[in-house]
Design a protein around this ligand. Structure first.
Ligand SMILES: [Zn+2]
Ligand SMILES: [Zn+2]
Length: 197
């Protein structure tokens, strides 16, 4: 039960971390979709438009040409949108070091877009560079494996998570300077002052 609670808490923390740290811009996100897929969507749209003209030409001409073209445009744009979304999930999962094949298949085959929704809720935060040594670290890490830097510093007084650069705890005003980074040099004979528990 407590383990389950812990997992939920960690899940919520990761979602909040993602919202706080990942400033995504549509243009940047659109760029990660494979170019071949974008070309395919344009081709599909054009083929749809040509097919609509042909269907009108050989059809009974009961409906106006605009109706054919409109239906073709709506249908192909809908398929295009799905294709782009699946392509995005594939590339996005890969850069988040998730199982991209599995998530792409889930996004495609779980009906009503539920696979897509689950993906966007559950995706891992993007790896980032350790502010201490620049090594690529995961938002799940507590410490940097490269330089042992505390990646999730806590306020020593109220034990809530604080941001690395803050001087004071935003919750209880405890001074945080001591936990920002280890002092570069220790003077001999001087004990490192540990903040009171
Ligand atoms: Zn580091
Ligand atoms: Zn505090």
């Amino acid at each position: 039960m407590t383990e389950e609670k812990q997992r939920v808490k960690e899940g919520v923390r990761l979602i909040r971390w993602r919202m706080g740290h990942e400033k995504t811009r549509f243009a940047d996100e659109f760029r990660i979709i494979p170019r071949s897929l974008k070309r395919l969507t344009i081709t599909l749209f054009i083929v749809g438009q040509v097919a609509a003209q042909v269907a009108y030409f050989y059809g009974s001409k009961k409906d106006p040409l605009a109706a054919y073209v409109g239906v073709a445009a709506g249908g192909t744009l809908f398929i295009d949108l799905l294709l782009l979304l699946f392509g995005y999930v594939n590339r996005d999962a890969k850069r988040r070091e998730m199982n991209s094949t599995l998530w792409t298949l889930l996004a495609i085959f779980v009906p009503y877009g539920i696979g897509l929704i689950v993906y966007f809720l559950r995706r891992e935060p993007l790896p980032y560079n350790c502010p201490g040594c620049g090594a690529i670290v995961s938002a799940r890490f507590n410490f940097c494996p490269g330089c042992k830097r505390d990646l999730r510093p806590c306020c020593p007084q109220c034990m809530r998570e604080v941001r690395a650069g803050d001087n004071y705890c935003p919750y209880c005003a405890q001074e945080l300077a001591t936990i920002k980074s280890p002092p570069p040099e220790q003077k001999t004979g001087q004990a490192i002052v540990q903040p009171a528990e």
